[in-house]
Write a protein that binds this ligand. Structure first.
Ligand code: PFF
Length: 459
């Protein structure tokens, strides 16, 4: 398989350009896992577990991945592969070909818009990780006490110049990779960064085993306290299942559009979901042993990775090396996700304008970078600016996670399950009799209803 071009010839966009393609099935899988594994796994999942009841949250999350995440990821790839264009053109084409309302293009628009908005603040957090890598390497954590760790984080947030600088570096890296194209940019970067991430994670978990906090960490992650389960926890778990699999943002649609017919979408979805979950749990097993062994608070929230961990790194022997490894890992995870977020936006600009790949990437990157500046100013000079009761950073986060993501994901699964010819979908997914029954049940009812419940209750 290796080396062959998967998406046969691709389809020419408006300006007569050829759409990109993965060079191999493996390349596609690594890039898709790279997109899924990101800040959501290493930064957000552990702190959400900490805040939402440990293993009870993990259990609900796994169910959400299986019943809602898997069908939607398959639906998004299937749409992308059939359309072979950016998500907006893909949905317009598919609606027309299947005699459906033009309004279905809304899914493409909301997905692409979500990618645009999310990348603006994702890059800001990616910038925090870069800043902390520099701090770790420079020995800033050495001997820090609790107050100093808090002050380091707050000091970074209070400094627009620091935030802008690192956000800019992160965006430049993202733009650089995407500008190089699908197989020689996105795919190559993922093939380099993901194995590196895997190695770093294994080393960190290995260190965790030696700390004496490993047992407590494992218990925390895997022994459920069901009394902590409530509707908020369930909603958080479902929301996170969406985010962590990169659903509802046109990203998986774009990745599907570079795909040829010979990839089994169900198998690929299973691989991505398993890898994503293993890495999220691995991140928990890397982080919590350090937290427990040093008597720190596992429920520290978003500051778990940026305040609690550096505090530990500053006090343990070999902490400097661990700190560098950890923040490098975080950056690798973030980069392979940020490049995937830029992909649908760039595809759109490239296929709708006469601009070249490089120019399209730079234009999209600058627009997202500028919005990111507005987001990061929320932490300092614009902290008083409030739109609908939120600062700009929170507004972007809420607008996307509460509206655009569920809307796009719901639309994708409903379109595939209810609007496409069912026999052709069955064949494309290679389903037998039982498989068809399960697929129909899950894709037509369970997944859409699950998303609807979350959508409505989050309003
Ligand atoms: N899945 C990524 C994470 O867990 O960090 C984040 C992400 C990437 C979300 C790409 C959405 C997306 F389209």
């Amino acid at each position: 398989m290796k080396g062959s071009t998967l998406a046969a010839s691709g389809s020419p966009g408006i300006a007569g350009k050829i759409h990109g393609a993965w060079s191999s099935r493996m390349g596609f899988l690594i890039a898709a896992v790279g997109s899924a594994v990101g800040l959501g796994n290493i930064w957000k999942f552990p702190y959400m577990v900490g805040q939402s009841g440990g293993a009870a949250f993990v259990a609900v999350y796994l169910v959400c991945i299986a019943l809602i995440g898997l069908p939607i990821i398959v639906a998004e790839w299937l749409l992308g592969r059939r359309g072979q264009k950016n998500p907006i053109n893909t949905m317009a084409d598919l609606a027309r070909k299947n005699n459906r309302s033009k309004a279905w293009v809304t899914i493409g628009i909301s997905g692409t818009l979500a990618a645009f908005l999310i990348l603006s603040f994702y890059s800001v957090i990616g910038g925090w990780a870069l800043s902390y890598l520099a701090d770790a390497a420079g020995g800033t954590f050495n001997g820090m006490d609790k107050d100093a760790a808090g002050a380091l984080f707050n000091g970074m947030l209070a400094s627009p110049a620091t935030l802008v600088a690192w956000h800019t570096v992160f965006m430049v890296l993202t733009v650089g990779v995407v500008a190089m194209g699908v197989s020689s940019g996105i795919e190559r970067a993922s093939k380099l960064l993901m194995p590196a991430l895997g190695v770093l994670l294994v080393i960190m978990v290995g260190y965790g085993v030696t700390t004496g906090g490993f047992g407590a960490a494992a218990e925390y992650l895997f022994k459920p306290d069901w009394s902590k389960l409530n509707s908020t926890v369930v909603l958080a778990a479902l929301g996170h299942a969406f985010f962590t699999l990169s659903l509802g943002m046109g990203v998986m649609m774009a990745y599907g559009s570079y795909l040829g017919q010979d990839v089994n979408l169900l198998q690929a979805a299973r691989t991505v979901a398993i890898a994503d979950t293993v890495i999220a749990l691995g991140a928990g097993l890397a982080i919590f042993p350090i937290v427990f062994a040093n008597g720190l608070d596992p429920a520290a929230g978003p500051g778990l990775v940026f305040v609690t961990l550096p505090l530990a790194f500053g006090s343990i022997s070999g902490g400097m090396i661990l700190g560098v490894m950890f923040f490098a890992l975080l950056i690798f995870a973030a980069l392979t996700s940020s490049i995937s977020l830029l992909a649908p936006v760039v595809e759109f600009v490239e296929e709708r304008t006469p601009l070249s790949r490089v120019a399209s990437t730079v234009v999209a990157g600058i627009a997202i970078w500028a919005l990111g500046i507005a987001a990061l100013l929320s932490f300092n000079v614009w902290s008083d600016v409030s739109i609908l009761g939120n600062n700009i950073f929170d507004l972007l986060d809420k607008l996307t996670s509460k509206f655009l993501l569920p809307l796009t994901g719901l639309g994708a699964i409903v379109f595939v399950a209810w609007c496409l010819d069912r026999e052709s979908v069955r064949k494309e997914l290679g389903l037998g009799e039982t498989g068809t029954m399960i697929w129909n049940l899950v894709s037509r009812f369970v997944a859409p209803i699950g998303v609807l419940i979350v959508f409505i209750s989050s309003l």
